[in-house]
Design a protein around this ligand. Structure first.
Ligand SMILES: NC(=O)c1ccc[n+]([C@@H]2O[C@H](COP(=O)([O-])OP(=O)(O)OC[C@H]3O[C@@H](n4cnc5c(N)ncnc54)[C@H](O)[C@@H]3O)[C@@H](O)[C@H]2O)c1
Length: 281
């Protein structure tokens, strides 16, 4: 019988993870709190797969089989059938700890519980369960079907066996696992966000225009996108929240968010999703 991967959350990341797991041949149970959210998630998967059909990278029959492997539910108890669970719900400590404690009750004790969190401590999520050795971070990148990396985060109690199983699952999903220990921002955001923040400081201090800052990083460093445009794509509120996690968690003033970033977030200029950030959309 095909192993079942449980995915909790059908938003941007959850539906991407469900798609990638189903495409790799797994049966998937995708859980969200409302049917309409699940339908929206399924539509996103359908659209993404259709693009591959249009480009002749996937047949219509294969697309249908992938969709058929994804079962949607609002019932958390349905996760009792999963061999592996990846959580991708809203970034909120209380929501996630409650969910991990419920999953701990519902799923068999050997099941690995992975979180896609960008900033919450894996050690804390592990402590909400009776199986911290089986709790781990699987930080997929957005958009999930496209991006190769899964940053795998070991909590203080995560076992080597859990890590090896997650690495093997990641490879089966066609991705590359690179591991790090649990620490604020992990590696990806700890390195990326200070660069974005510094770019915002250069704009704030009038060192250069937005076009010049982004152009210098694109043409000079071969980055596919300048840091200000990238900030707009990530969401300026998300950037600010991650910088605050780094600042609070590491206690070093070098992570203080640029006042211009705070001002933009106060104004509701959150980047692409709100129509205005460092650029207009
Ligand atoms: N968006 C990104 O670029 C990105 C990248 C890497 C990691 N992440 C992380 O992935 C996670 C999800 O982010 P997202 O961007 O997909 O968010 P999102 O808002 O698009 O989706 C979150 C979904 O979780 C659902 N949800 C909330 N509580 C739930 C519960 N108890 N059970 C089931 N579903 C529940 C919501 O209804 C929503 O559909 C977060 O932890 C975030 O930090 C996001």
């Amino acid at each position: 019988m095909t192993e079942i991967v449980g995915v909790i959350g059908s938003g941007t990341m959850g539906n991407g993870i469900a798609q990638v797991a189903a495409r790799a041949g797994y049966s998937v149970i995708m859980r969200d709190i409302k049917d309409e959210f699940l339908q929206r998630g399924l539509q996103a998967i359908n659209k993404s797969l259709q693009r591959d059909v249009d480009k002749e990278r996937l047949s219509a029959g294969e697309k249908q089989s992938i969709l058929d492997r994804i079962k949607c539910t609002t019932d958390l108890d349905a996760l009792s059938a999963a061999a592996f669970v990846v959580e991708a719900v809203t970034e909120d400590l209380a929501v996630k700890t409650e969910l991990f404690s419920a999953l701990d009750r519902i799923t068999p004790p050997e099941v690995i519980l992975a979180s896609n969190t960008s900033s919450i401590s894996i050690t804390r999520l592990g402590a909400a369960t009776s199986r911290p050795a089986k709790v781990i971070g699987m930080h997929f990148m957005n958009p999930v079907p496209v991006m190769k990396l899964v940053e795998v985060i070991r909590g203080i109690a995560t076992s080597n066996e859990t890590y090896e199983r997650v690495r093997s699952l990641t490879e089966k999903l066609g991705k590359t696992a690179l591991d790090c220990n649990d620490s604020p921002g992990f590696v990806s955001n700890r390195v990326l966000l200070p660069m974005i923040n510094e770019a915002i400081f250069t704009l704030y201090e009038g060192v250069a225009t937005r076009e010049s800052i982004d152009g210098i990083m694109k043409l000079g460093m071969n980055h596919p996108m300048g840091p200000l445009q990238l900030a707009d794509f990530i969401g300026l509120d998300v950037c600010l929240a991650i910088l605050n996690v780094l600042y609070d968690g590491l206690g070093d003033p070098k992570y203080r968010a640029c006042p211009l970033l705070k001002r933009y977030v106060d104004a509701g200029w959150l980047g692409r999703k709100s129509g205005r950030g460092f650029y207009e959309y």
